[in-house]
Design a protein around this ligand. Sequence first.
Ligand SMILES: Nc1ncnc2c1ncn2[C@@H]1O[C@H](COP(=O)(O)OP(=O)(O)OP(=O)(O)O)[C@@H](O)[C@H]1O
Ligand SMILES: [Mg+2]
Length: 334
Amino acid sequence: MPGAIYAEGLVKTFGDVRALDGVDLDVPEGTVLGLLGPNGAGKTTAVRCLTTLLRPDSGKAVVAGLDVLGQPNEVRRSIGLSGQFAAVDEYLTGRENLQMVGQLYQMRGRAAKARAAELLDQFHLADAADRPTKTYSGGMRRRLDLAAALVVCPPVMFMDEPTTGLDPRNRQELWGVIKQLVAGGTTLLLTTQYLEEADHLAHDIAVVDHGRVIARGTSDQLKARTGGERVEVVVHERDHMGEAAEVLAGFGKGSTTVEEHTRKLTVPVTGGAKLLAEVIRELDVRGIEIDDIGLRRPTLDDVFLSLTGHVAETKGEDGPADDAGHEQEKEATK
Ligand SMILES: Nc1ncnc2c1ncn2[C@@H]1O[C@H](COP(=O)(O)OP(=O)(O)OP(=O)(O)O)[C@@H](O)[C@H]1O
Ligand SMILES: [Mg+2]
């Protein structure tokens, strides 16, 4: 039985660009899927297709049990969407924007007002509530856009890069809000370039590149795929590197990497902390002095890099040329 969000073979082309090249997704009810991918991977296009804003060239999508192509109006009434580019009316105040959304969803005036006030508090916008939003900072707009998506708590939510441009405190708070929402039964598809965010919020992760899902699994499964744990040792004396490499080779499950200039040796292992203790003992017995030793598990960054060949979170600068019209809020702090 398909989940709350289901897609099969979604294709969307823009001229020569195959933005989606056969995307399959399945998000069980009440869970969070994190869609990860470098700039231009097709994340926003996928969200736009699933939320009826774009018509795919081919493929099938079902959201909240409704056929996205056949019943777009019903789908729209069952979903919430917060976009990569905040969609707020510049000339209305924050409060008016939120009340307007409530009215669009046919809330009564009083209920819409109460909900707006509640969200303005929750998103720390109460002080600015009665100012036109064109005076808001980027982070304030983003928070208002998210609040707007939460006016009614729809069963299925889509969030395209919800925390891009937020400072760490606001990001943490938003994670709290999202967790509450999901605890209440909402199904969420979230795109992000912050691997930490996916690690923190998503039950399942789909890595997208060039319009295709190239890997799928929990954060732990993806990390395990990337090669498990490693022991890293920094020896004190350059002269001891050869012997240290011998020791590591005895414990390792693969070839040892040696970095001459930093005197660092790395070897893949299985056996965790217990094995690390054995390595330390053996080095000690042989009188090899070490400056540092540790067990390192792959991070989602390692996963992302090994799968896509891109380092995550480089926006524009040294990645492939950024696409026209895809100007992005750069994150100021991390
Ligand atoms: N309206 C459009 N017209 C032409 N090309 C488009 C359009 N929308 C998207 N594309 C192209 O489709 C591809 C996927 O874009 P998309 O916005 O889905 O990527 P993304 O994964 O959301 O990237 P980002 O991380 O930068 O937000 C890109 O090559 C982009 O240039
Ligand atoms: Mg995008």
